[in-house]
Design a binder for this molecule. Structure first.
Ligand code: GLP
Length: 236
């Protein structure tokens, strides 16, 4: 994994956006897998400002809460529309997001996995949870996992409670699996802030283990970690 250390959050956002822009310039029909969370917000802002042409590109949302749909403001689909999709020019038919309200969530995940297999992800952008999760692949997730319904850990539900008015975070979610993520041609993992320093140390210096789902990315042949000073402060 190549590590790119930057000064702070705004530099991280600019770097991430310029890496995406580079890939899009090489391949206008780029298939992206994109995350939510606080970390990529600056990148989305930068990407929007760059006025890039996404008309031939495809995007897959990385994960979603079970029970939430695009009309729910806490949903990741809603986040993605507000912060990115409504501001750039993806074609509707090239945007794939989970329907967390589907009657059969397992089927929803199976269909999603099939769509990804068909299109093939060129570039997956990821954040990282404090417990090492990527997407909603929580500790204990198999490296051979595909897109599926998962139970959220207490730590993740606590971390994300700030986004829910009544603090009631769903207990289940839908996520692109680790094997599916590893199938992407290129992976860019973003980490910012001191609260990520411990997990970044484990990711870079620790063992590859199911207990740290993100650690599998160390085995990818084209993976880049963009990390700011605060998140990399514990690295040797
Ligand atoms: C969430 C998402 C992840 C995200 C992570 C970190 O729960 N499912 O995709 O990367 O937590 O979020 P943040 O960037 O806000 O720290």
């Amino acid at each position: 994994m190549i590590i790119i250390k930057v000064k702070d959050y705004s530099e991280l956002s600019r770097k991430a956006a310029s890496l995406v822009a580079e890939e899009l310039a090489k391949k206008p029909d780029l298939a992206l897998c994109l995350p939510t969370g606080a970390t990529p917000l600056g990148m989305y802002e930068q990407l929007t400002d760059k006025n890039l042409d996404f008309s031939k590109a495809t995007m897959f949302l990385l994960d979603e809460y079970a029970g939430l749909g695009v009309d729910d403001e806490e949903s990741f689909a809603c986040y993605m529309c507000l912060n990115f999709l409504d501001l750039v020019n993806f074609r509707k038919e090239n945007v794939f997001m989970f329907n967390g309200k589907a009657a059969d969530l397992d089927k929803e995940c199976e269909d999603y996995e099939k769509k990804i297999e068909e299109k093939k992800i060129d570039l997956a952008i990821l954040g990282i949870g404090k417990n090492g999760h990527v997407g909603f692949n929580e500790p204990g997730s198999s490296f051979s996992s595909q897109t599926r319904v998962v139970s959220l850990s207490e730590q993740t539900r606590e971390s994300n409670a700030k986004y829910f008015e009544k603090g009631e975070v769903p207990s289940k979610a839908l996520t692109v699996g680790l094997k599916t993520i590893m199938g992407a041609k290129k992976i860019i993992l973003l980490a910012s802030g001191a609260e990520k320093a411990e997990v970044i140390k484990q990711l870079v210096e620790g063992e590859i283990s199911y207990q740290l789902p993100a650690s599998v990315i160390n085995t990818h042949k084209d993976a880049v970690l963009v990390v700011d000073r605060a998140a990399s402060k514990l690295l040797k």
